[in-house]
Design a protein around this ligand. Structure first.
Ligand SMILES: C=CC1=C(C)c2cc3[nH]c(cc4nc(cc5[nH]c(cc1n2)c(C)c5CCC(=O)O)C(CCC(=O)O)=C4C)c(C)c3C=C
Ligand SMILES: [Fe+2]
Ligand SMILES: [Fe+2]
Length: 362
């Protein structure tokens, strides 16, 4: 008899209506992975920041009709993934579950639904391609608070071949749509992080920058390619360069700007409003000859193929956690990486190869 396989998709969640903006922000800022302060201080800060930030955030959500499109976009990905896996695992029953961190459907509800369904295998699959303690790390901790049985985890897949090719495909399609301008500067924009989180060992920035180099190697070599970080929040120093400063610089340099999100895989406030509206105005103001926003991956077939491939490899692995490299891919200093801190010895390389071999056999 076939297995019942639950694939749990982690994502951030977004407010579905104007009244949800403030409680959504409160949940976000009350997360110890986002604000590292003692419980009571964090609780008070979360109430304060959500109250002061909500009016501005509500205005931005109003541009998208009052709420975030993140859930419907995630549902499309979940449906496409289920359909792909149903073909590849004809003897099993596969169901996808959405576990959002800060708004409905919450991780707690997803854990309850997975239990009620009686899954034989559970694969935790973040819709965050790069691992950060603030995103996937936070979702994993939340999952563990609500589910105690065995699971298989995909921690990250920033260098998966089809993930890189899906990005290049979206970028070249946007270039085509812009009328194939010359003198291009491609901005690869990721959500930023406070510097102190990276200094504490979070591998996100390293994964974003390595991915940017991989994309840069595959686009026309006469293009300028710059990695940058958007969506800074609060008074702390964030990693840079900042996307708005890079948009301004590219516009002043009279470059045709192509701007692609590399850490968000769905359209939402950060792509539609920040990249789509705010930075477009900034580019126009500073005299850019053109500004073209590259679409998020959404349900691009190559991206869905990565999600399916990672799920299949996770089902076939000997261990409980994998990255797109099979085993740990982060450098040894990245203490935030959820893999045990293995030193890259010859022995480790052998076990890595064995896991990859196993992944191919599945
Ligand atoms: C790669 C993904 C993300 C990282 C890393 C991340 C870190 C991070 N975010 C905030 C604060 C906010 N993020 C907000 C929205 C938001 N963030 C992500 C992804 C990452 N965040 C997504 C997908 C979204 C959109 C949700 C939606 O509405 O669809 C917001 C809310 C919007 C706003 O008020 O600007 C805040 C606030 C911090 C502080 C942080 C790292 C410490
Ligand atoms: Fe965020
Ligand atoms: Fe890692």
């Amino acid at each position: 008899m076939g297995r019942k396989i639950a694939v749990v998709l982690f994502n951030l969640g977004g407010p579905d209506r104007p009244e949800a903006v403030r409680p959504f922000l409160r949940n976000l800022f009350d997360d110890p992975a986002i604000i590292q302060a003692p419980g009571l201080v964090r609780w008070a800060l979360a109430r304060f920041i959500s109250r002061t930030r909500a009016p501005m955030a509500r205005k931005n959500y109003a541009i998208m009709g009052g709420g975030s499109p993140l859930l419907p976009e995630t549902e499309k990905q979940a449906d496409a993934l289920r359909a792909d896996l149903a073909v590849q695992l004809p003897d099993d029953e596969v169901k996808t579950f959405i576990a959002m961190r800060y708004w409905h459907p919450f991780t707690k509800a997803a854990a309850k639904a997975v239990k009620a369904w009686g899954a034989d295998e559970i694969v935790l699959l973040p819709l965050y391609p790069q691992f950060s303690t603030t995103t996937t790390g936070s979702s994993l901790a939340e999952w563990k608070r609500h589910y105690s049985g065995p699971t298989r985890t995909v921690c990250c897949y920033p260098f998966a071949e089809s993930f890189v090719s899906a990005h290049v495909d979206r970028i070249m399609a946007a270039h085509e749509q812009a009328g194939r301008p010359e003198n291009v500067r491609l901005l690869l924009s990721a959500h930023g992080l406070p510097e102190k989180i990276v200094e504490a060992g979070d591998p996100y920035q390293w994964q974003c920058e390595t991915l940017s180099a991989m994309i840069a190697a595959r686009v026309p070599q006469e293009w300028d390619v710059v990695g940058c970080y958007q969506s800074r929040v609060g008074p702390l120093k964030w990693i840079g360069p900042a996307t708005d400063a890079e948009v301004e610089r590219a516009a002043t340099d009279k470059k045709n700007i192509l701007i692609a999100p590399i850490a968000f895989v769905s359209e939402h406030i950060e792509t539609l409003v920040e990249l789509g509206e705010e930075y477009r105005l900034l580019a126009e103001k500073h005299g850019a000859p053109s500004y073209t926003r590259v679409e998020a991956l959404g349900d691009h077939p190559d991206f869905i193929a990565v999600l399916a491939g990672e799920t299949l490899a996770a089902l076939g692995m000997a261990g409980r956690i994998r990255s797109c490299a099979g085993s740990r891919l982060c450098p040894t200093g990245a203490t935030g990486c959820p893999h045990a801190d293995v030193v890259r010895t010859a022995g480790h390389a052998v076990s890595l190869a064995a896991e990859e071999e196993q992944a191919r056999v599945v």
